[in-house]
Write a protein that binds this ligand. Structure first.
Ligand code: SF4
Ligand code: SF4
Ligand code: SF4
Length: 201
């Protein structure tokens, strides 16, 4: 279907071919630019909730720091000079201070440029996932007959994300968990009975 009987490509085929070439070129440009601003040797920064995809975020963020100023637990930090093009941009290190999932998202509200923004303002946290949390029951003391529940008490989302069963054992509900990492830090075991992997928002 790509060529007429004489083997000559028609106009629609030629456009499709050029389009595919352009898409490959844009994809390569995005990969090279991403590598320049986030070298493969460094873990990408965890951005605050509502952050645009990384390249769009870096373009839209003016490094004003307003989001950090309005973050109640001071979870938002500003990237140091060693981050090159990304210096001054906001990020969260949940090992130091996790986001506590403010229901009204004051960081997003404070952002003047839309670098932090919600596609559906009424949705709040519904479409936001800061990371993926995994629960390791073999580390948790409640599976060894000791009562605890500190993690469930600390979870800012509540039982729709982290509940306790009838025997006081944690039950992680992925569909409700926003991946803030509060439980990871709150857990009394060492290492924590939860692991957090950064994810896409
Ligand atoms: S939701 Fe609240 S705690 Fe989380 S980054 Fe935004 S302002 Fe900070
Ligand atoms: S279960 Fe953990 S990561 Fe998920 S919302 Fe609760 S505290 Fe945050
Ligand atoms: S805080 Fe840690 S040890 Fe305690 S119940 Fe939660 S997961 Fe288990």
């Amino acid at each position: 279907m790509g060529a007429n009987p004489k083997g000559v490509f028609q106009e629609g085929d030629r456009r499709g071919f050029m389009r595919a070439g352009l898409d490959r070129w844009v994809q390569r440009l995005v990969e090279e630019t991403t590598e320049r601003v986030t070298p493969a040797s460094r873990t990408p920064r965890q951005r605050p909730p509502g952050a645009l995809p990384e390249l769009g975020f870096l373009a839209a963020c003016t490094r004003c720091g307003e989001c950090a100023r309005f973050c109640p637990p001071e979870a938002i930090r500003l990237a140091p000079g060693e981050d090159g093009l990304a210096a001054g941009t906001p990020y969260i290190d949940p090992r130091l201070q996790p986001c506590t999932a403010c229901p009204d998202l004051p960081c997003v509200e404070a952002c003047p440029t839309g670098a932090l923004s919600l596609a559906d303002a009424a949705a709040g946290w519904r479409d936001i996932r800061l990371g993926e949390v995994e629960f390791h029951p073999e580390r948790c003391v409640t599976f060894q007959g000791v009562s605890c529940g500190v993690c469930a008490t600390a979870c800012p989302v509540g039982p729709s994300a982290l509940a306790l069963d009838d025997e006081g054992r944690p039950v992680l509900r992925r569909e409700g968990c926003v991946g803030c990492g509060v439980c990871v830090r709150a857990c009394i075991t060492a290492p924590s009975s939860f692991d957090l992997t950064y994810g896409d928002q």
